[in-house]
Ligand binder design. Structure first.
Ligand code: EPU
Length: 248
C-alpha cells in the first residue's frame, strides 16, 4: 500500500502501481489543533498553507517549508526540507498506524530522521506533533516570503516536476554537478532537465515516466563519467511489484 500526499516526490511508472493507493483526504486527517506553541497536525494537512498560517500568527519553525508542495504525512516520511532547515527540526512526536493495525506514538528520535529520510516505511503516518517558537509575526512572515522568493527564483516551481530528483552527494550540489555537465535543457520525449535548476526534471503534457527515467539514467552516467560521483535518486519511484528497482 502507498499513501499519496501531494505527489511532491513521487514518480509513478507508466505501468502504474499494482497495490492500494490511499489519500488522507478525510477532514479527520486535516485537523490542526494548537496549544501555545505546540501544534497537533493531521497527516493530510497541506504544508505550504500551514506554514503560511503559522507565519501570519507569529509561530516560527515552518518557514523553510515555503515552496514544498507536500502534506504533513509526506513531509514526515521524507523529512522534507532544504538548505534552510528540515521538517524534523520541529517534529516532537509522530502518530503512526502499524501493519498490525495498532496506533502508536513515536518520539522524534525513534523516527530515524536523516537527510530526506526516516524509518517510518511500513507504517502509516496519521499525525504529527510540532513544537514551534513564538516570534514577531511580521518577522516570521517576512522570512517565509523571502524563502519562497528564493525558491521561485532558483527552482522551476511553476512547472510540473517531482522536486529535486537526486540527493546532494557529500559536500556537493547535485544541481551544480548536472549543470557543470552541460545537461540543462536536455530532453527525452516531453521531459527536460530544467534550465532554472538542473536537479529538477520538468514534464510537459504527454511526458511519460519512462522519459524521466531515461533522463535520470543519462544524468547519472554523465555525472559518473565526468566527476566520478554516484548520484542517488531522492524521489520515490512507484512501479508494479516485481519490476526491478532502478536508480538510487
Ligand atoms: N547550482 C548550479 N546550477 C543549478 C542548480 C544549482 O550551479 O542548476 C548551484 C547554485 O548556484 C548553488 C548550489 O548549486 O551554488 C546549490 O544550489 P541550491 O542553493 O539551489 O541548493 P540545492 O543544494 O541544489 C537544496 C535542496 C532543495 C532545496 C534547496 C533550497 C537537495 C537535493 N536539494 O538544493 O530541496 O529546496 O536546497 O533549500 O537537498 C528537494 O529536496 O526536493 C529540494 C528541492
Amino acid at each position: 500500500m502507498k499513501v499519496l500526499g501531494r505527489g511532491a516526490n513521487v514518480l509513478v511508472s507508466d505501468d502504474g502501481f499494482d497495490g492500494v493507493v490511499t489519500r488522507l483526504d478525510h477532514p479527520s486527517f486535516r485537523k490542526v489543533t494548537r496549544r501555545d506553541t505546540r501544534l497537533e497536525v493531521g497527516a493530510g494537512v497541506d504544508l505550504i498553507p500551514l506554514a503560511r498560517r503559522c507565519s501570519a500568527r507569529g509561530l516560527s519553525g515552518l518557514e523553510c517549508m515555503a515552496g514544498i508542495p507536500a502534506t504533513v504525512g509526506g513531509a514526515v516520511r521524507m523529512n522534507a526540507g532544504g538548505r534552510f532547515g528540515e521538517f524534523s527540526d520541529v517534529v516532537r512526536r509522530v502518530e503512526v498506524l502499524g501493519p498490525d493495525g495498532r496506533r502508536e506514538f513515536w518520539a522524534a528520535d525513534r523516527c530515524g530522521f536523516g537527510y530526506r529520510r526516516s524509518n517510518i516505511d511500513g507504517h502509516l503516518v496519521l499525525s504529527a506533533e510540532l513544537e514551534l517558537a513564538e516570534d514577531d509575526p511580521a518577522r516570521v512572515r517576512r522570512k517565509f516570503e523571502e524563502f519562497f522568493e528564493l525558491k521561485r527564483a532558483s527552482q522551476p516551481l511553476a512547472d510540473q516536476s517531482a522536486g529535486c530528483i537526486f540527493k546532494n552527494p557529500n559536500g556537493h550540489s547535485a544541481g551544480a554537478l548536472i549543470d557543470q555537465a552541460g545537461l540543462k535543457g536536455t530532453t527525452c520525449g516531453e521531459a527536460r532537465v530544467s534550465e532554472r535548476h538542473a536537479n529538477f526534471i520538468v514534464a510537459r503534457r504527454g511526458a511519460k515516466a519512462s522519459d524521466v527515467m531515461r533522463l535520470i539514467d543519462l544524468i547519472r552516467e554523465r555525472v559518473r563519467a565526468l566527476f566520478s560521483t554516484e548520484l542517488e535518486v531522492e524521489i520515490d519511484i512507484w512501479k508494479p511489484v516485481g519490476v526491478r528497482e532502478r536508480g538510487g
